[in-house]
Design a protein around this ligand. Structure first.
Ligand code: FES
Ligand code: FES
Length: 228
């Protein structure tokens, strides 16, 4: 679901996909995003959508039934977020995740969405000095906290030692997981500037890498720690 999620309805505010759909429905990825399937076929569903005038959001995501009503009734509230040393005012839905606010409202797309359900670590940011999954963090819950995303890690045009070390150890392959890996490593070194390899492994264990660059990232963390 993660790939479909990111590419087919990256603008979608809801992170629980089934929340968009009637309880007895299943989701099917399609060219216009996730669509609902009941006991009938995709064809009959699409006919039903056309017949019922189900809403199609700006992102092309189809919203139906109860979930549509919930989303339609949700009210955004203006909040001030402290991100990367700046205060940003942004309208936020009650159920909106930090990942969605960052990516879709503040255009901070360095934070990636992989699984969108707290499993892969691609969306990792820091709240205060703690690494958190932004896909499972409600934006309203961090409205009064200091948030750091990958865009705020380099300072004055100079890469953070973790970023530099990852480059030197050739950690990134496709690079999709890299921002999350960087954020976890930065949080680790902030809390523990001289971790053991075991401690570093444990701290990085919430970040999956589909390219399998675990050793390189680990070496990068230890390299950055040496320079710290
Ligand atoms: S996107 Fe996978 S943990 Fe958030
Ligand atoms: S470098 Fe490709 S997913 Fe980690």
């Amino acid at each position: 679901m993660s790939e479909d999620c990111r590419t087919s309805h990256g603008q979608c505010d809801a992170h629980n996909h089934d929340a968009h759909l009637p309880a007895d429905s299943l989701t099917v990825a399609g060219p216009i995003g996730a669509v609902a399937r009941t006991k009938t076929t995709r064809r009959t569903f699409i006919k039903g959508v056309i017949a019922s005038g189900a809403a199609v959001g700006a992102s092309g995501f189809v919203l139906r039934g109860e979930a549509q009503a919930r989303t339609a009734g949700a009210v955004e509230r203006l909040v001030s977020l402290k991100i990367n040393g700046q205060t940003k005012r942004v309208d936020v839905l009650p159920h909106e995740t930090l990942a969605n606010t960052l990516r879709n409202k503040l255009n901070l797309t360095g934070t990636k969405l992989g699984c969108d359900r707290g499993e892969c670590g691609a969306c990792t940011v820091m709240v205060g000095d703690t690494a958190v999954y932004s896909c499972t963090t409600l934006t309203h819950s961090v409205a009064d906290k200091e948030i750091t995303s990958i865009e705020g890690v380099a300072k004055g045009g100079k890469l953070h030692p973790v970023q530099q070390a990852f480059i030197e150890e050739i950690g990134p392959q496709c690079g999709f997981c890299t921002p999350g890996q960087v954020m976890s490593a930065v949080a680790l070194l902030k809390a523990n500037p001289k971790p053991t390899v075991e401690q570093a492994k444990r701290a990085m264990s919430g970040n999956l890498c589909r390219c399998g660059s675990y050793q390189q990232y680990l070496a990068g963390v230890m390299r950055a720690a040496k320079g710290a």
